[in-house]
Design a protein around this ligand. Structure first.
Ligand SMILES: Nc1ncnc2c1ncn2[C@@H]1O[C@H](COP(=O)(O)OP(=O)(O)O)[C@@H](O)[C@H]1O
Ligand SMILES: CC(C)(COP(=O)(O)O)[C@@H](O)C(=O)NCCC(=O)O
Ligand SMILES: [K+]
Length: 257
């Protein structure tokens, strides 16, 4: 069985794949100082709680935080006796290499999203991933990642207002009732929510114009449903797209090494 680990700048998600379906998905906050033993204690407690006794033979990791990979490698080695595949490292093959500027390193989560989207839906896709940052990943007709857009994340934008302006409180994102806010919180939510609706529409329209072809838009990440329910921004929403991409890359490596 495969343990797929998607480590973002805010949260790290573990999912166990039995070859046909995910048996469970576990989420913890990302901390580079968390040790292999701490990961295992947490992992073991939760799988016991869910009554799962997985036989983990393989581990694949995508991490946007390079420092956490060391402890995750030790975790895989010590508790499952395996050397993990780490997306972005030379020994981890990709179904299609990215076509980007020489010497640039693409976020592994974006390569994984491209692989997952192409496997499920084919080429000419835009993946919008609502994480710490909001990324737009452009997938060519052959499945290659060909670039995209990085915008500040929804919560990061709200947090930036709070951090920089003395009178602005910490606010959680929500869809405001109206565009014109009549209190500070409503004004902030409106700026970020409707600003984001505009950002997503404009960036997707410009990507399509630049590519000069129709492209499906696939959304993923925790905050995607908030936007999906109110505006017709995306064609598809899939919360497990990154995890699916990890299984695709793992399978590709099994078949080609
Ligand atoms: N279901 C959700 N509802 C509200 N906020 C969420 C949800 N899921 C994630 N978030 C928030 O969205 C931001 C990005 O989280 P996440 O998608 O886990 O990012 P990353 O992949 O970069 O670690 C964080 O601020 C997190 O607290
Ligand atoms: C853009 C990101 C910070 C998004 O990370 P996340 O929000 O998922 O934590 C990450 O993909 C990254 O560090 N990228 C490297 C630069 C690039 O993709 O071009
Ligand atoms: K992201």
């Amino acid at each position: 069985m495969l343990l797929a680990i998607d480590c973002g700048n805010t949260n790290t998600v573990f999912a166990i794949w039995d070859g046909e379906r995910f048996l469970c998905t576990l989420r913890t906050s990302t901390h580079h100082a968390r040790t292999a033993d701490a990961y295992f204690t947490w992992f073991k407690t939760l799988i016991t709680h869910y009554g799962i006794e997985p036989d983990i033979t393989d581990v694949i990791i995508s991490s946007t935080v390079p420092r956490v990979v060391f402890n995750l490698r030790v975790f895989a080695d010590r508790f499952f006796g395996c050397r993990p595949l780490v997306v972005g490292k030379p020994e981890c093959l990709l179904p299609k290499p990215p076509r980007v500027d020489e010497g640039t390193s693409v976020g592994p989560d974006r390569l994984v999203n491209a692989a997952g989207a192409f496997d499920r839906h084919g080429g000419n896709k835009i993946v919008v991933d609502f994480g710490t940052a909001t990324t737009f990943d452009v997938v060519d007709d052959d499945g290659a990642y060909v670039g995209g857009v990085i915008a500040p994340g929804v919560n990061l934008s709200l947090e930036a207002l709070h951090m920089a302006a003395a009178a602005l409180p910490h606010v959680d994102i929500a869809k405001p009732q109206a565009v014109i806010g009549t209190n500070t919180v409503a004004c902030m939510q409106s700026g970020v929510f409707w600003g984001y609706v505009g950002l997503v529409k404009e960036i997707c329209a410009r990507i399509k114009a630049e590519r000069d072809r129709p492209m499906q838009i696939i959304a993923t990440g925790g905050l995607a449903p908030l936007f999906q329910q109110s505006e017709d921004l995306f064609d598809v929403y899939e919360d497990d797209l990154t995890m699916h991409g990890l299984t695709v890359i793992h399978r590709y490596n099994k078949e080609n090494t």
